[in-house]
Design a protein around this ligand. Sequence first.
Ligand code: GDP
Ligand code: ZN
Length: 456
Amino acid sequence: MTTYSQDLIIAIATAPGRGGIGVVRVSGNSLESLVNRLFTTPIKPRHAHYLPFNDAHGKAIDAGIVLYFKGPNSYTGEDVLELQGHGGPAVLRRLLARCLEAGKDLGIRHAEPGEFTHRAFLNERLDLAQAEAVADLIDASSETAARSAMASLSGAFSDQVNTLGDRIVHLRMLVEATLDFPEEEIDFLEKYQARDALEAIRQDLQSLTKQARQGMILREGLHVVLAGQPNVGKSSLLNALAGDDVAIVTPIAGTTRDKVIQQIHIQGVPLHIVDTAGLRETDDTVESIGIARTWAEIEKANVIIHLQDARSHQDQLDTAITQRLPARTPVLKVYNKIDLLPDNQRVIGVDQDLALGISAKTGMGLDTLRQKLLDIAGWNPGTESPWLARERHLTALQHASEHLALADEHASQNDRVLDLFAEELRLAHEELCLITGQFTSDDLLGEIFSSFCIGK
Ligand code: GDP
Ligand code: ZN
């Protein structure tokens, strides 16, 4: 377990700037003395007191609500004191300074980013996946993301991970009990239908992984790169999808030289759309730098839109571009400017499944494009309400699944190696514990909590 600091920590918990109220929050093993120094009237835990907040000379800095929570019944699991004053930067700074002064010899100091939640985790008020959800809820940029972060925070994800973990442990205990009685090894697997149990666990793990993948798309968003020849309408399409003028659109070929990224949401899924320099043969050094950057962006994309002019699509250069696109990345071929085609030619000869005619200018086909972007990226949340997941969660689920596959292999062999079977179950369980933080290195914890904001 992480070394636990006994310091009292303090921070302004509300966002910088002006607001109706602002909150200064303190947490520590015992805040009794601090509370007695700050207030002359007794403060009853879990009651709201309206009181003046005085400086050391008894002069009011502000007046507001005092809330006092005795540990372990608090956010951090320690004693927590909240001063809710007026939400101005100067008054909150003075309140903070007053508490620092009053608690000087009690070891009070500024909290590090995420330190309140870190303590809540160490005191088992929430697990690691839930702690991460706290940050995600604060960071949520769409209602879907906020709803999903809240689902994770309430344990929708952790509960499933724990249930699977318990089933794995149960199976392993059966195996290990058998290991002590070697003569029983042979029929153990049949007797307890161990392979069926394993199979059921593997299936549930698989569907959990699928959900986690959705949760990750929702959290991280998709990197969509607009690639194509100059003047096919990449910048116009970005603008049309974004709904305002972010990229420079000009009729001169080769004007988008630096990348422009716009974040949009489709059905609550964040998409980071990257407009790039047009791809063509060029002797111009500046332009060729832009083209090199475009290829670098293409390498990083989750989805590529290969945009072409509907009037001249799949010409020699487009064929060359197609051949150079990375095979691992889904490509959506989109033919733009269909408004310039006669009515009866607007349904583009679809040479493969993923081709689509649009007009960035009139908006024709854009709804289909939005839907296809989500489809091709694998967005398919199903009926279950999604929760947010991170890359590290997905990795752990995949590793767990690999261990279970190995366990099954051991069980299927003629000489059924039960101790190896049990060992793989143990490793699979350990991977699941990484998600909820039962086995986690200090480094990882540091990394996770340092990305939080101050005061949370
Ligand atoms: P980019 O170089 O690929 O980024 O292309 P731009 O977005 O700068 O557009 C090049 C030219 O094509 C501009 O004059 C646009 O107004 C025009 N354009 C873009 N999309 C359409 C479209 O769907 N229909 C028509 N008629 N013109 C378009
Ligand atoms: Zn452009």
